[in-house]
Write a protein that binds this ligand. Structure first.
Ligand SMILES: Nc1nc2c(ncn2[C@@H]2O[C@H](COP(=O)(O)OP(=O)(O)O)[C@@H](O)[C@H]2O)c(=O)[nH]1
Ligand SMILES: [Mg+2]
Length: 307
């Protein structure tokens, strides 16, 4: 067993941080780590928080942490939102900073860079979550900004997704609705202390009532704490009582992951084949000279690559 894996399993924090950096930097050696720990993974649960910048994701995570700790969970927090980095132990949500620090031995925080990595955010996030899993964290909270594709992507690799919305961010209800179906299991209407949250709550509730998945809608205020404990229990209940659907989702997620890996491997092989390949260059010339059509050329080259 690799030394770093051994120490990771013993709960060593530095090895944990180092293993995560290796995955985040797409270090080739990180593959060996994941291979060694893979059979030990599967105990922790992951929760994604997504929604527009300024909706209060960081604040809400900060507020939920204490309730989750009271339930006896060890928490790790990951931020894949480049606009809300974790610095010096706090997720910076301008005024309200998260009430936990690195000194709090039970809470691990980390922001991930990994935008340039092979397979992007999803690939490294999945593996970082595996590392946290074997390091003994029960709940992994992932914050990601609601930037279109990214929020959908995150929702496909965590067990459940909380979409955080507020009356304040000025997103119009039509565009919110357009994305709702695909993403969340729970809608948290945050800033319940502000005007307009009641209206937003009502219209989201009315809207999801007509969808197949029937997600739940809760009103909270990260600022006053109203509804936070209810949200924590609700999340907990969904994670525990919906074991079957989570198991199903995990199967789907693994299948997707494998598919992505296969696509990457095939693409890599094709690219290296085409690089400085004479046969390929010949086909290009033949297509230019109209001796062969591009479909046939592509078909023949592909057949060679896949042989
Ligand atoms: N009034 C009010 N403001 C809040 C609440 N939650 C967060 N905020 C504020 O909303 C702003 C954005 O919060 P932040 O957690 O950084 O949002 P994020 O971008 O979604 O992570 C900050 O100024 C917070 O203080 C809330 O429940 N009520
Ligand atoms: Mg944030």
């Amino acid at each position: 067993m690799l030394q770093i894996v051994k120490r990771l399993l013993e709960g060593d924090r530095r090895s944990l941080a180092r293993a995560i950096s290796m995955v985040d930097n797409d270090d080739p050696d990180s593959q060996d780590i994941i291979r060694e720990i893979f059979s030990l993974t599967g105990k922790s649960r992951s929760i994604g928080f997504t929604g527009p910048a300024g909706a209060g994701k960081s604040s809400l995570i900060g507020a939920l942490v204490r309730d989750f700790q009271t339930m006896g969970y060890r928490i790790a927090i990951l931020a894949v939102d480049p606009t809300s980095p974790i610095t010096g132990g706090a997720i910076l949500g301008d005024r309200v900073r998260m009430q936990v620090t690195m000194d709090d031995h039970d809470v691990f925080m980390r922001s991930l860079a990994s935008r340039g990595a092979v397979g992007g955010v999803s690939n490294s996030l999945r593996n970082v979550m595996r590392i946290l899993d074997v390091a003994g964290f029960d709940l992994i909270l992932v914050e990601s900004v609601g930037a279109g594709q990214l929020e959908v992507e995150i929702s496909r690799i965590v067990d459940i997704t909380i979409v955080v919305l507020t009356p304040q961010t000025g997103d119009n209800i039509q565009s919110i609705k357009a994305g709702l179906n695909e993403i969340g299991e729970i809608y948290a209407i945050n800033k319940g202390d502000l005007d307009g949250s009641g209206n937003l709550f009502d219209s989201i509730l009315e809207f999801v009532g007509g969808t197949d998945k029937k997600p739940s809608v809760l009103k909270v205020s990260a600022r006053t704490g109203d509804g936070v404990r209810e949200l924590a229990s609700h999340i907990d209940e969904k994670l525990i009582s919906n074991k079957e659907s989570i198991t199903e989702k995990r199967k789907r997620m693994l299948k997707n992951e494998l598919q992505e890996m296969i696509f990457r491997a095939v693409e890599k092989r094709a690219k290296s084949f085409l690089k400085d390949n004479l046969e390929y260059e010949n086909y290009v010339t033949m297509v230019i000279e109209k001796k062969i059509d591009p479909y046939l050329a592509a078909e023949r080259i592909s057949a060679t690559i896949m042989r």
